[in-house]
Design a protein around this ligand. Structure first.
Ligand code: GPK
Length: 806
């Protein structure tokens, strides 16, 4: 790409610096240098960005309540193909690119896997020259910053914008729209048709902020459009005739401002858990209505026939948070475009597709009908009508099978079931890994599957290999280039040819050396953050993900406790030194998860201060886990912990990142661990634990008693008792809470049931690591077979089988 001419660039950089800050480069700090660089880059990409916005192909709009982008500078430079050039030019100007990279904020506009998946998908769509754009919310505050105080999680607001703007965004005030809340709807007859008149509503303005999503070396740029809520500007007044019109007093005006501002104020910090709060409902409708109005505005610029919108537009709803897309699209087609119900319904289904991300009951969104009725009166009318017609259809088909119809209805027991609405209103429903999709079809959404099997399909998740290998692990990336050339960067399946080096001891040595250097880097970070020295030659054993009972960080912790006992009992135990590393945020209201954080930290405190095990065992809990930290941890990992209760983890995506960076996985056969296993077999990962059918049988028929296991198994009893006997200091309350969950409440997630098997699997990890050459060979085979987990593969499947399918 001829984006950068050295002389020109330097000149532009100095001019821009002068324009922005009236300063010389020498005087500027890292933020100012970063801002200057980004401003120069934004000017350079502006032409390409505009061009891809005029794309005439079908366009995909990916609606998601969260996007976890990570820092953008390095990724954008890489994708523009100028990373090395810029590094050199800056160096000539005495500027260290790394300082600028680290000066950038990491926008935490998401909770975990779901938001990060959305970001990987954006990267892949742009890199595959697919016209696909994200719609989301520009939260003023992202996911809280986690501080550890005496081993407890404390949440600090994430004021990422600091009253300023985000360097990569461009505000588009002239493309703002109005979203209407509350009020009343009258159906009045007009020309023999009923027309909905919405009155006394509260208008909120949605202002788009655009972030460029740059494809990899293909001169292609998509847009992530995030909406900020605001009170309407003066120029909207003429079209707000029917709105609530009583903001005369100072107090009312303030309240109104608060009402509008509040909507995009803060990201809900729940992962796989439905908050059920009215503000969340406002956020969801705000996103959906602003997004679809925006789509209509653009579509109508170039197209006359709204009835053919399905030929040009695909709307993807990522989980149920944007599921109001269904009634909102219906509303616009009927109320604004004057189509009849049947036509609008056919269009809606053809345009919309839906991804489910979990089977966990507590994550299933159900909105109280009273809440929806009051906040979104017209939308509620449409949902009621969708439900009525659907039930009529089911009655015709299944007679009076009320059980079945009850589970499938959109409205039941005073609630609107958002998953049901999404399934009924779309042409495609997918799960995110093979097992997950099977469970949807056979268990959770069985009735829907039997009714319309053709809607259901699997799309196993993927990860952006550009960020998670090329950027985060440049050493490994370089080695791969030297061995097999560079074509794998565009087609990751080519990584497979690395397999021919599996017995090449020089290559394996090289691989080990790279891991070693990455471990050294991470060690430095750990020492800096946690004031603890760790053994760089120990096994780095890592579990990084949200803290959840089903992800079983607790089982990991209990196993560490077990190892500790074994070491104390037998100081000469033949074991490789291990460093256990955790990173995890707990939802602020999730008490059990917070107890586990406290437990791990107190365990760390005890073990790390015990000189008897000093060289063998270390435990590290890294504060404030997020994308930037993950980029440092994953390349340095030897063992990837993917130990969820089988059936509960829909896919997982860190499992793929670790694999691609040469870690060995210890795992249950859950989520995409199954596909990983399909790729590399038993010889190259370590499996343990209950199988899916066993878990499903336990949940259906019972038969599990954790108390029995506890009484009959010495090892289990030993670690469980430690939770309440004072062996670990300062966990009086937390230890009791965890103890109760395991024993009194019969261990919902089968931690104790899988425990012995887990201990064996961990022993196997230990033994495998002792043979370094063999371990390196396994690592190489993991890398070589990770290509299928690039999100490029996933996105091609979405495009071919969901979005472009006619
Ligand atoms: C699933 F339901 C949810 C949710 O609210 N948040 C979230 O991050 C995750 N997820 C799943 O738990 C993972 O297994 C999966 O890999 C990820 O979504 C992406 O599909």
């Amino acid at each position: 790409m001829t984006l950068i001419n050295k002389k020109e660039f330097k000149l532009e950089f100095r001019n821009q610096m002068d324009f922005l800050y009236k300063q010389t480069i020498e005087e500027a700090n890292s933020e100012q240098l970063l801002n200057t660089l980004v401003t120069v880059l934004k000017c350079k990409i502006d032409n390409i960005w505009k061009e891809s916005r005029l794309d005439k192909e079908k366009e995909v709009y990916y609606f998601c309540i969260e996007f976890l982008l990570g820092r953008q500078l390095e990724s954008n430079l890489l994708n523009l193909g100028v990373l090395e050039d810029i590094k050199l030019i800056l160096k000539e100007m005495d500027i260290n690119l790394e300082d600028l990279v680290n000066a950038e904020v990491d926008p935490a506009l998401g909770n975990g896997g779901l938001g990060r998946l959305a970001a990987c998908f954006l990267d892949s769509m742009a890199s595959l020259s697919i016209s696909g754009h994200g719609y989301g919310i520009r939260y003023e505050y992202g996911l809280f910053e986690q501080k550890l105080v005496n081993g407890h999680q404390v949440e600090v607001p994430d004021n990422w914008l600091k009253e300023e703007s985000y360097i990569w965004e461009t505000v588009r005030p002239n493309k703002a729209s109005i979203v209407k809340f509350g009020g009343q709807v009258d159906l009045v007859e007009k020309n023999g048709k009923l027309k909905a008149i919405h009155k006394n509503y509260i208008p909120v303005m949605a202002v788009p902020y655009d972030i460029p999503i740059i494809g990899y070396k293909n001169e292609y740029i998509n847009t992530l459009r995030l909406f900020k809520s605001d009170v309407p500007r003066k120029d909207f007044e003429p079209i707000l005739k029917e709105s609530k019109n009583s903001y005369g007093s100072y107090h009312d005006a303030l309240q109104y401002r608060y009402y509008a501002d509040e909507i995009s104020q803060v990201l809900y910090p729940n992962d796989s858990n439905d908050a059920g709060k009215i503000l969340r409902l406002k956020q969801e409708y705000f996103l959906v209505s602003a997004g679809i109005q925006d789509i209509f505005r653009k579509y109508k610029k170039n197209n006359r026939d709204i009835g053919k919108i399905y030929e040009k537009i695909s709307i993807h709803i990522n989980d149920t948070h944007p599921s109001l897309c269904v009634p909102e699209l219906m509303r616009l087609l009927m109320d604004e475009e004057e189509l009849g119900w049947d036509e609008a319904w056919e269009i809606t289904k053809r345009v919309i597709s839906y991804t489910n991300h979990t089977i966990m009951a507590e994550a299933m969104e159900r909105w109280n009908i009273q809440m929806i009725k009051e906040l979104l009166p017209r939308i509620y009318m449409i949902i009621e009508e969708i439900n009525k017609r659907y039930i009529r259809k089911l009655n015709n088909k299944y007679g009076n099978d009320f059980d079945k119809i009850g589970t499938m209805a959109v409205i039941s027991a005073d609630n609107v079931n958002m998953a049901n609405l999404s399934i009924i209103g779309s042409h495609s429903v997918n799960g995110v890994a093979k097992l997950h999709t099977e469970i949807l079809k056979k268990e959770v959404l069985k009735n829907f599957y039997e009714d319309e099997p053709f809607k259901f399909n699997n799309k196993t998740n993927g990860i952006a290999h550009r960020r998670w290998l090329m950027l985060s692990n440049p050493r490994l990336s370089k080695l791969i280039n030297e061995l097999i050339g560079e074509s794998w960067q565009k087609d990751t399946l080519e990584l497979k040819s690395l397999e021919k080096y599996q017995d090449d001891s020089r290559v394996l040595q090289e691989l080990e050396l790279i891991k070693q250097e990455n471990k050294r880097n991470l060690s430095k970070i750990i020492t800096q953050k946690n004031e603890i020295n760790i053994n760089e030659n120990s096994i780095f054993d890592v579990q990084i993900k949200r803290l959840h009972a089903y992800k079983r960080q607790l089982m990991n912790a209990l196993h560490i406790l077990h190892m500790y006992h074994e070491l104390l009992d037998n100081p000469n135990l033949n074991m490789e030194p291990r460093t256990f590393i955790f990173g995890a945020k707990a939802a602020p209201g999730y008490y059990f998860a917070k107890c586990v954080i406290k437990l791990i930290n107190e365990l760390a405190q005890k073990i790390n201060n015990d000189v008897r095990v000093k060289d063998k065992l270390r435990v590290v809990f890294l504060e404030n886990y997020g994308v930037s930290l993950a980029e440092k941890i994953i390349p340095a990992t030897n063992v990837s912990e993917q130990i969820s209760t089988t059936t509960k983890e829909a896919s997982g995506t860190s499992n793929m990142k670790f694999m691609m960076n040469g870690a060995i996985t210890i795992a249950t056969l859950d989520g995409a661990n199954i596909e990983i296993h399909d790729q590399i077999g038993d010889e190259n990962m370590v499996l343990f634990g209950l199988k899916a059918n066993q878990v499903l049988e336990y949940s259906k028929f019972g038969g599990y008693s954790s108390a029995d296991l506890y009484s009959n198994n010495f090892y289990i009893k030993r670690v469980v008792d430690d939770l309440v006997n004072g062996f670990i200091p300062n966990i009086l309350e937390e230890g009791r809470e965890i103890y109760n969950s395991l024993i009194t409440y019969n261990d919902e997630f089968f931690v104790l049931r899988d425990f012995e098997n887990y201990i064996e699997a961990q022993k196997k990890i230990n033994d495998l690591y002792m043979d370094k050459n063999h371990w390196n060979k396994m690592a190489l085979i993991n890398i070589a077979n990770s290509g299928i987990f690039s999100s490029d593969r996933t996105i091609k499947e979405y495009a071919n089988e969901i979005w472009y399918k006619r």
